[in-house]
Every structure is written in C-alpha cells, then in structure tokens.
Design a protein around this ligand. Sequence first.
Ligand SMILES: NC(=O)c1ccc[n+]([C@@H]2O[C@H](COP(=O)([O-])OP(=O)(O)OC[C@H]3O[C@@H](n4cnc5c(N)ncnc54)[C@H](OP(=O)(O)O)[C@@H]3O)[C@@H](O)[C@H]2O)c1
Length: 343
Amino acid sequence: MRDDLKIAVVGATGVVGREVLAALYARDIPAERVRAFGSERSQGLEVEYGEDTLEVERATPEAFRGVGLALLATPAEASRVLAPAAQAAGAWVVDASSAFRSDGNVPMVLPGFNLEALGPQFSFKGRVVALPGVVSASVIHILEPLRRAFGVVRAQVTALMSVSGAGVRGVAELEKQTADLLSGREPEAQAFPHRVGFNLVPQVGGFMVNSPWTEEEGAWTLEAARLFAARGEVPVIAGTAVQVPTFHGHGLTVNVQLKTPGPVEQVRAALKTSPSLKVLDAPGERIYPMPMLIVSDPAIQVGRVRAFPQAPEWVTLFAAVDNAGRAAQHLVEAGLKLAERTS
Ligand SMILES: NC(=O)c1ccc[n+]([C@@H]2O[C@H](COP(=O)([O-])OP(=O)(O)OC[C@H]3O[C@@H](n4cnc5c(N)ncnc54)[C@H](OP(=O)(O)O)[C@@H]3O)[C@@H](O)[C@H]2O)c1
C-alpha cells in the first residue's frame, strides 16, 4: 500500500462509520491520511479519530478527488450514487450496504472467508466490492468449518437483531421508546414497523416484492449462494429475522443440518479451527455467547452446541456478533487488501 494513500470514510457519523474510524486508528493509519464524509446534514461536524478529530466533509462526486480508497458505510441509496462517483475519481471502493450485493458484476468478499479474491493477482470488472450483511457473514463463518468437516445441507436461523442494525436512528428510537414507556407515555414507532421497546418484531426491513420473506431474510440465501459458489457446495441459509429491544450485538440461533453427522465434541472441535469464531461453551458454568459480551470482540462467539440423539444430523448452537464492529472490520480488511493493488 502506498504511504500517501488517502482513505475516505463515508458515513463517518453513523454507527458503522464511527467503528471504521476506530478500526483505522487501531491500525496506526495517521489522521492525515483519513477523510471523514457524511451528507449535507453533518457537514462541518467533528468526529473522533483517536486523540484527533476530523471535520466531516459533504460527500459529493467531486469530493473524491485524490482519494485512493473509499469505505462506504452509507445507506444503499447513497452508496448507489457515491460508489460510481468514487470509482470514477480513481478510488477503490468497498460498500457495506445492500446496494451491490445482488449485482453479479460486483465481486462479493467476506474477510476471513475469501479475502484472497481481492489480491493483486486477480482482475475483476470495476473498482467496487460488496460485503455481505452481518447475519449472512456470521452464519457463513459458522458453516464453513462444519462444511469442511461434515458437509452442510442447510442452516435454519433465527436472527435476534439489535436496533443498532438500523443505524443511529434505530438506537435513538429504542432510547426514546424505553424512556417513554417507563414514564407512562405511549411511544411512537418511526424507524421500525411497530414499537420495539419491550417488544419483539418479526420483521427487519421491508418485504421482498410478492414474497412472504423480508429482504433481510432473502439476502441470507442469496449471499450464501454467491460466497459458497466457489467452494462447489452451497448450503441454504433460511429463517426469521426478529427486531429485538437491545442496542448492540445480534444473537443468532443456528440449526445446522450436516451431511454426515458427527459427535458434538467433533462439531465443537471443528468450530474451534476457525480464526473468525470464538467457542464459549461451558453451560454448567453459565458461559455462552451473549450480546452483552460481544461489543468490541472482533470474533463471532458460538456456544450452546448440542444435538438430539434422535436427529444427530441437526446441530443447534447460539452465536453472538458485534454487528457494527464486525461490519467495520470487514470494510477495513477488504479496503486494506484492495489498497495492496496501489503499491
Ligand atoms: N448498523 C449495522 O449493524 C450494519 C451492519 C452491516 C451493514 N450495515 C450497512 O452499513 C450502512 C451504514 O449503516 P449504519 O448503521 O452505520 O447507518 P447510520 O448510523 O444511519 O449512518 C449512516 C451514515 O451515512 C451517512 N449518509 C446518509 N446519507 C448520505 C448521503 N447521501 N451522502 C453521504 N453520507 C450519507 C450519514 O450521514 P449524516 O450524519 O450526514 O446523515 C451517516 O454517517 C448501511 O447501508 C447499513 O445497511 C450496517
């Protein structure tokens, strides 16, 4: 990577963007090489960069001049405009939104799974790279070591998704609804289809056209198909996304159907081989993954691994992931891999 490469963090005031800044700082990237962008709303605000602060610039197509790498932590509609603009300005672009996830011309990369696909030896069309969503990414990381050890047919998932998955607006809404409910006021639902405070909503995002599946749920199958295609074995990931009243960290119940069943100890041992996973599984000592434990843990925690003797091919486990931290980690790792192309 060139020493003078300028990195644009677009969406720097958001839940993911702030984590991206923290991750770049943790990698000793000097403040002079980082520019923070947002919309017109946040132009001129300051965001923290370690000990320093960066002034937020408005992301316009012209603003990308001189930028070598653009990390987009923006809503899909903004990414659709800003990614081509950054690309036209000569930057490599990694996008955390859903804007390009179903575009076959845009490579999809999951750090820790197929990051090598971005290496300088590979050529691909354009300079934009898409990342999968955090639920699909987490389930794929769980399935890969099981696929290698036993083969995997499908995963049935219940994703318990925290409000920070809906960004700053989601966090603010749960804060306000909690305060309202504890003060006897009727809260308003704006960011979510129903009140999320002291409730569970079995809908995250919109529904797909003419489909009983939400876009979030539909994305799991699609992204698994894109990422596993190169492995020649494509497990189906299906299930329900539920909006839960927690702030940070998603919880996932994952039921995995193995091709060849194996003892639970071997399943646990296989999970331990993955550097993306941390196995926390001592239920007798009340040790298992929880969103409370996950914030700032770069690993995906897995535990409560079990199977019924009557159906040994089905393995059940619980996982927790720091949704925003993980998305930021993916943006930074994919971005720095792309930046090797500029050396
Ligand atoms: N939150 C998660 O757990 C998570 C996980 C994986 C992927 N993602 C994806 O990552 C993206 C960001 O999510 P988030 O949760 O960080 O959202 P967020 O908290 O709402 O932040 C959105 C950011 O985008 C900026 N923005 C909005 N419209 C813009 C525009 N037209 N031009 C430039 N900047 C614009 C906002 O700036 P202003 O302050 O100016 O409005 C803000 O900085 C989304 O696509 C989301 O789907 C999120």
